[in-house]
Design a protein around this ligand. Structure first.
Ligand SMILES: *Cc1c(COP(=O)(O)O)cnc(C)c1O
Length: 469
């Protein structure tokens, strides 16, 4: 299988090369020339597979240039009970009102990003060793992505991680999670500024082509194809756990920000998984809700992005959205170039003439949830079902309840655990103790390893230079 760019100006490439790429050189996103399709026989054979074996079957359809035994070994080491807390890896449970929840957040950092990042970390190490290469990952984080990347790449050969975070702006838990890592290849850099400043520094360094080349700088952001492909697996796993046989259909409800998670659901549906609807849940930053209701895509800038109590969804320009629109536009790269020129100049675009197809053929709908909804949903689930859900998952459940049709099976994806967001939990239900996995008890008391730097790119470059030598 070869991969092409949504902008059409990049030579087709095999999986192992796409894996280490961020944006394509033409500014587009990479994706398969065509999606593999899954026959009824394959679906029937997959129903009772373990998560590992299912992951192997699905990923091997996409990673056709990785030898079978090697992929098997990587998947085997990634999806273990030790790392993800249960043998099932992503168990599905049912709330009293019939809505189902698929647990995706029992990995090391308690958010769904581990599902893909743990795989990517092992893949990175494997590909780098094979090509005898060294890679330095530079990133900025306000919480979830950075810690998932660090836990995925800690101790891996051939990789250093330089992760910028805003000094003093993350929760005590988030700081402890990242800064307590003592692995020699993990470098936490706290910048005296805000998250946007960290991102600007990363961009400035990315734009310094000489530095980037000399120090082999790369990123792992949400557009990385390896992450998307690993996420496709849990849609299949969730479908099998939520149904008795393959004639049933299931809808998924996905708390969304950069459209990476639900993009994997779109691909699973295109492959032939019997998905009825893909329900996009947004918070107050509802650019995607607007699009799926009106056909108008009007991304906003940072100044028009609200800070909310589901912070990982505070995004107003969904970086993976281009992959979906590429399919909607019949994979016409020229049209994508034209549309994203309008995104770049701030006008956005209008696909209202495609809205019917987006609903009917692709199954997409959307709705939003606000701070008040989130608190009410957390409280309601706590009182009715006796469990605490995180604010992002609460957005999903609120939206699933709002759009649910009679007899529709909806699986809500649990994108984080409540333990990460104690303040919001307490605001919703009062002072209760929020359960935390055994492994993370006393996390905040561990010694921390972080360098604080001034808010400028040169200080960060100096650290990279001195570290790599
Ligand atoms: C990253 C994240 C999201 C958003 O996922 P996208 O793939 O960016 O749409 C939602 N919830 C949590 C907890 C996250 O960490």
């Amino acid at each position: 299988m070869k991969y092409i760019s949504t902008r059409g100006q990049t030579e087709p490439k095999p999986f192992s090369q796409v894996l280490l790429m961020g944006l394509a050189p033409d500014g587009g996103l990479m994706l398969p020339e065509q999606y593999p399709t899954v026959s009824e026989t394959m679906l029937a054979n997959w129903r009772n597979l373990s998560y590992k074996n299912l992951a192997f079957e699905i990923i091997s359809l996409f990673a056709t240039d990785i030898p079978t035994e090697d992929l098997h070994d990587i998947v085997e080491r990634t999806y273990t009970e030790d790392i993800f807390g249960t043998k099932e890896i992503t168990p599905v449970r049912t709330l009293k009102d019939g809505i189902k929840i698929q647990a995706l957040s029992n990995g090391p950092t308690l958010a769904f990003k581990d599902m893909a990042m743990q795989f990517l970390g092992n893949m990175f190490e494997y590909v780098l060793a094979k090509e005898n290469k060294q890679l330095n990952i530079l990133g900025a984080t306000s919480g979830d992505t950075g810690s998932a990347a660090e836990y995925a790449l800690r101790g891996k050969k051939g990789v250093n991680v330089f992760m910028l975070s805003p000094d003093g702006k993350m929760s005590a838990f988030q700081r402890a999670q990242m800064y307590s890592l003592q692995d020699a290849n993990i470098h936490n850099i706290a910048v005296k500024g805000m998250f946007d400043d960290c991102q600007d520094i990363v961009k400035a360094i990315q734009n310094d082509a000489d530095f980037k080349r000399q120090y082999h700088i790369s990123t792992v952001n949400s557009i990385n194809w390896g992450r998307i492909v690993a996420q496709v697996v849990y849609y299949f796993a969730g479908y099998f756990r939520a149904t008795q046989n393959n004639s049933e259909r299931v809808s998924f409800c996905v708390p969304s920000g950069n459209f990476g998670n639900v993009c994997a659901g779109h691909i699973a549906k295109q492959m032939g998984l019997p998905i009825e609807r893909l329900i996009v849940a947004t918070n107050e930053n509802n650019v995607l809700e607007q699009f799926f209701k009106t056909g108008e895509y009007l991304p906003r800038n940072a100044a028009h992005t609200y800070v909310t109590s589901s912070p990982s969804m505070d995004i107003s320009k969904a970086s993976n959205f281009e992959r979906f629109i590429f399919d909607v536009m019949g994979r016409d790269a020229n049209q994508i170039q034209a549309l994203w020129t309008q995104v770049a100049d701030g006008t956005g675009f209008d696909l209202s003439h495609k809205l019917n197809e987006i609903h009917e053929k692709y199954g997409f709908v959307a709705d939003k949830s606000t701070h008040t909804d989130r608190l009410a949903t957390i409280k309601e689930v706590y009182e009715t079902d006796g469990e605490l859900i995180d604010p992002h998952t609460a957005d999903g459940i609120k939206v699933a309840r709002a759009v649910r049709l009679p007899n529709e099976t909806i699986v809500c994806l649990e994108t984080a655990l409540a333990a990460k967001f104690e303040n919001t939990i307490n605001e919703a239900v009062g002072k209760v103790s929020v359960p935390r996995p055994e492994k993370l008890m006393g996390l905040e008391d561990l010694p921390q390893r972080v360098q604080v730097v001034e808010n400028d790119a040169n200080s960060v470059k100096t650290i990279i230079r001195e570290t790599i030598g």
